[in-house]
Design a protein around this ligand. Structure first.
Ligand code: F6P
Length: 332
């Protein structure tokens, strides 16, 4: 979508990170700031996402202030999930601060909640906003990748590799829970990458009985599964609850549980995430300055794409069926 303003009209933009942090957010902030500076546009960093916008918590950013952060996890701008921004009153307060700071546009880096807020804010007040997908969940429709996903999958895989060592030595079966509030994307990629026996994801209906069947059939064929990956958002419950129910139906090995949790959200971003974040941050500013608004900048088949916020958050991103099939075939 294009609005009626052009690069020459923009003198100052804001950038914020919101929602759960993800590795690569700093690389994205750096790209946003340096691209803006390249075009002689000043940048205000907004601290703690929409909370900072409501409170007028701004920090001037220049090329030097975003030096030495490309390799760091977390977000130097800090982040929050703002309840107040969900209300019209909160967004009005944010708009007052936006005007007082003399901003001409915003780049928001985050996931579903961030883009939901961005959509409302840009529609209600006519504020030009572009978004960069920053979430480890990789659950935004229209982009192949989100910033932080690759790092999270790598962290999950290296943790599961360690768990497999001990699982194998003791002939134990581990239920390993990975993150993904509504998405099995981390689980699927981790399962393929570490050769896990099977997995439970929200996108594929698998009952505890079916799971126990798979494990028991494996045991009959002398295949002892070491690891079952459980996506946080699967409908059967968390890894502890699932393990308890499976114990009643599967007795061939001792069952243990490991929850990788927030380890997946931290740490240095991988090369892929740094490069993705740099590309998307750059493109978001170029787009904003050329008059685009109300869109997420994503990648599809390694090409930059612009996806309306409503589509990115409104449509469910399916798991790649070829990867699902692959994981099934390779786990026999
Ligand atoms: O959206 C990213 C994510 O890490 C989800 O996978 C997870 O459910 C959620 O955030 C946890 O968020 P928090 O720890 O901030 O409450």
């Amino acid at each position: 979508m294009r609005a009626d303003f052009f690069m020459a009209d923009m003198r100052k933009i804001g950038v914020l990170t919101s929602g759960g942090d993800s590795p690569g957010m700093n690389a994205c902030i750096r790209a946003v700031v340096r691209t803006a500076v390249h075009h002689k546009v000043s940048v205000a960093g907004v601290l703690r996402g929409y909370e900072g916008l409501i409170k007028g918590d701004f920090q001037p950013l220049d090329s030097r202030s975003v030096g030495n952060i490309i390799h760091r996890g977390g977000t130097v701008l800090k982040t929050a999930r703002s309840e107040a921004f969900r209300t019209e009153e909160g967004r009005r307060a944010a708009h007052d601060q936006y005007l007082a700071e003399e901003l001409d546009g915003l780049v928001v880096i985050g996931g579903n909640g961030t883009f939901t807020g961005a959509k409302l804010f840009s529609e209600e007040f006519g504020v030009p906003v572009m978004g960069c997908p920053g979430t480890i969940d990789n659950d935004l429709y229209g982009t192949d990748l989100t910033i932080g996903f690759d790092t999270a999958v790598n962290t999950a895989i290296s943790s599961i590799d360690r768990i497999r060592d001990t699982a194998d030595s003791h002939d134990r079966l581990f239920f390993v829970e990975v993150m993904g509030r509504h998405s099995g994307c981390i689980a699927l990629h981790a399962a393929i990458g570490c050769g896990a026996g099977t997995m439970l994801v929200p996108e594929v209906e698998t009952s505890i009985e079916q799971l126990a069947d798979i494990l028991n059939r494996g045991a009959k064929r002398k295949k002892l599964f070491n690891v079952v990956i459980v996506a946080e958002g699967n409908p059967n419950g968390n890894a502890y609850q699932i393990a308890e129910r499976v114990k009643e139906r599967f007795t061939h090995s001792e069952i243990k549980v490991a929850v990788i949790g927030h380890l997946q959200r931290g740490g240095a971003p991988t090369a892929l995430d740094r490069i993705l974040a740099s590309r998307l941050g750059y493109e978001a500013v170029e787009a904003l300055l050329s008059g685009r608004t109300g869109e997420m900048v994503g990648l599809s088949n390694n090409e930059v794409v612009f996806v309306p916020f409503g589509t990115a958050i409104g449509r469910t991103k399916p798991l790649n069926p070829n990867l699902l099939r692959l994981s099934e075939v390779l786990s026999i």
